[in-house]
Design a binder for this molecule. Structure first.
Ligand code: NAP
Length: 290
């Protein structure tokens, strides 16, 4: 029950109505018996600073930050974690001794999804990452920090790939799509697979990695989680590789935020079950509107 004493948190972004975060965090608060509530706030581009003024005035305990505010919100905060400062992107705002603190939990979220959910030790493994945008940069930095043996960054545009390589440490370099064949773990960090990339009429979205570069013994991770099985993950399965979608990363980045806000251990199973239920609900909604 929401009372006068209920503490509040939320997510800012646009568009926000399909966010899974309210389901994930409210399930986590309930499972831990915390008198907290979490809402989604539709905040237009350019209004991240205003939103943070609102957070201060209203006393929200924590805020998740998603597109398009991850960089713009920085100017409105009092301090940044090392990761957020280096990445120039914040996905979680917490209250701390210095006021509003910006963090970036995306990279640690992927590391936990690999190590905790899939039992894949990152240290010493070789990785090929397709993409060099915000998600890829966070993942590259986290892999470098976790001791990945080799990190190859493959991107459509060379400039962002070269910039991203500096985040991964000495074992990180720019590569080409054929390099995916030699990686233990291949990660898609592009939107290919979400069905949002515009193609010539009737053409399916291209795969981020040609299927012939995938094979047995590899793990193929798609940061996309809706649909749950993307064409890349389908191809990975057909080729004998182990497919992993982006839901684990989403849950674990939220788990890091939960720890920062509440100082309690996150109830991972409840969070995961809530996300899956919300996705099923979203799928039904989409079918009804067809
Ligand atoms: P972003 O900053 O816009 O970066 C997009 C990247 O994809 C860029 O490197 C871009 O290449 C590349 N790209 C875009 N369209 C492409 C195409 N048609 N062909 C080849 N490459 C293309 O986006 P982001 O925030 O990094 O997000 C990337 C994906 O990760 C999205 O699907 C997002 O939903 C997902 N994501 C998942 C989680 C999670 O928790 N699971 C968290 C964050 C993001 P150029 O540099 O050439 O433009």
């Amino acid at each position: 029950m929401i009372t006068g004493a209920t503490r509040s948190a939320g997510v800012i972004g646009t568009p926000i109505r399909h966010s899974l975060s309210p389901a994930i965090f409210n399930a986590a608060f309930a499972a831990c018996g915390l008198d907290w509530a979490y809402l989604a706030f539709e905040v237009p581009e350019g209004a991240a600073g205003l939103a943070m003024a609102g957070v201060r005035a209203l006393g929200l305990e924590g805020v998740s930050v998603t597109m398009p505010h991850k960089a713009a919100v920085i100017d409105a905060l009092d301090s940044l974690s090392e990761d957020a400062a280096r990445l120039g992107a914040v996905n979680c705002v917490a209250r701390g001794g210095s006021g509003l603190e910006g963090h970036n939990t995306d990279g640690p979220g992927l590391i936990d999804a690999l190590q905790i959910d899939e039992g894949i030790e990152v240290a010493g493994r070789s990785f090929a990452i397709v993409g060099a945008g915000g998600a890829a940069r966070a993942v590259i930095r986290a892999l470098g920090a976790a001791g990945a043996g080799q990190i190859v960054v493959i991107n459509r545009s060379p400039g962002p790939a070269e910039a991203a390589v500096s985040l991964g440490g000495p074992s990180c370099r720019v590569g080409v799509v054929d390099d995916a064949e030699h990686a233990d773990v291949v990660i898609n960090a592009t939107p290919l697979g979400m069905g949002v990339v515009v193609t010539t009429e009737g053409e399916p979205e291209p795969l981020p990695v040609p299927p012939e570069r995938l094979g047995a013994g590899q793990v193929v991770v798609d940061l996309v989680y809706h649909p749950a099985t993307t064409p890349l993950l389908q191809a990975a399965r057909t080729r004998g590789a182990h497919p992993v979608n982006g839901l684990g990363m989403l849950i674990h980045q939220a788990a890091h935020a939960f720890r920062l806000w509440t100082h309690e251990e996150p109830p991972l199973e409840a969070m995961s079950a809530a996300a899956v239920a919300a996705l099923v609900h979203r799928e039904r909604d989409t079918e009804h509107s067809r």
